[in-house]
Design a protein. Structure first.
Length: 85
């Protein structure tokens, strides 16, 4: 089972939040498709694809975009500082 999906990368060309392809492979062992689907969903969730798809359903104002990015950065910073302790 192979799933191709998109991932954000910084780029000097193109729009803000440009999209690039990334590939995830999940091997099905002993015809256990349900386990392979579970692994695939977990990999996609860890990458944040579901979150990006949810955000793309509706237009997000630039001010909301900046606020959301700031909140995410603060959250990452808070988590990183708690791990150092």
């Amino acid at each position: 089972m192979v799933a191709e999906y998109e991932k954000n990368k910084p780029s000097s060309m193109g729009k803000k939040g440009a999209i690039y392809l990334k590939e995830i492979t999940v091997k099905v062992i002993d015809n256990d498709v349900e386990r392979a689907m579970k692994i695939l969903k977990k990999k996609i969730q860890n990458d944040g694809l579901f979150k990006r798809l949810k955000l793309k359903k509706h237009f997000e104002k630039p001010s909301q975009f900046r606020r959301r990015k700031m909140r995410e950065a603060m959250r990452r910073q808070r988590i990183a500082s708690s791990r150092k302790k």
